[in-house]
Design a protein around this ligand. Structure first.
Ligand SMILES: C[S@@+](CC[C@H](N)C(=O)[O-])C[C@H]1O[C@@H](n2cnc3c(N)ncnc32)[C@H](O)[C@@H]1O
Length: 206
């Protein structure tokens, strides 16, 4: 992202952290009650969360409609160097990682039989949707870096776009972030973090 020296993922291991926060405490929790899940991701970035979600969906035989927002898509030259495909199960899913990145922006693409994707090239601050979501991956850069994305107003907007019973997960556990979520109407819980992080947050729309 222009002007920011932020890491897209934890230095403690991108795959491990995404699996812990978004798949374990987000997708696996949501899939206990629904098998056809509408996901909204804040921050497509390297596409890792989308990729891990597809793999999990294939294994669990659940259906995913995945909408992901990205204000500043990463450059083609960088995408070519991402090696998440080969890091997982000896490259078994690599073809899907490529398909996720090759999918055009702003149009619905079927990546696999159970996973359709729309990558929206827009800012979260301008985004609204008539669709409603069951699961939100809130994967913005840290609140110290982008405070405008972690406000009660932003969470209120997301709350309105979620179904009852919907879940929002994020790696951040700051007190004021939790209070902003509560102000928006969410019920929040702290959960154990991945290595290198003490706790994470999960919020529910009851
Ligand atoms: C922590 S990274 C996301 C990592 C990503 N989920 C992945 O799997 O690689 C945060 C992302 O949010 C994007 N971003 C920053 N401001 C944004 C905004 N206002 N709206 C949408 N995306 C934004 C950044 O460009 C960056 O790609």
């Amino acid at each position: 992202m222009p002007g920011l020296k932020e890491n897209y993922h934890s230095i403690h291991g991108a795959i491990q952290e995404s699996m812990h926060v978004f798949i374990e405490y987000g997708l696996r929790e949501a899939s206990k009650s629904i098998k056809d899940i509408r996901v909204l991701e804040m921050g497509f970035g390297t596409g890792l969360n989308a990729f891990l979600t597809l793999i999990e969906a294939e294994k669990q035989q659940i259906l995913i409609d995945y909408t992901t927002l990205e204000a500043y898509p990463i450059e083609e030259s960088i995408i070519g160097h991402l090696n998440y495909g080969i890091q997982i199960e000896n490259g078994k899913w690599t073809e899907y990682f490529k398909k996720i990145h090759d999918a055009p922006w702003d149009s619905l693409t079927e990546i696999s039989r159970g996973f359709s994707l729309i990558k929206v090239h827009a800012s979260l601050l301008d985004f609204s949707s008539s669709d409603t979501f069951d699961l939100v991956y809130f994967d913005a850069f840290a609140p110290e870096v982008q405070p405008e994305l972690w406000t009660a107003g932003v969470f209120e907007n997301l709350y309105k776009m979620m179904n009852r019973g919907g879940i929002l997960v994020t790696y951040c556990c700051k007190g004021y972030v939790k209070r902003n979520m509560q102000q928006a109407g969410f019920k929040t819980e702290k959960l154990p973090g991945p290595p290198g992080k003490r706790e994470i947050l999960r919020a529910r729309k009851l």
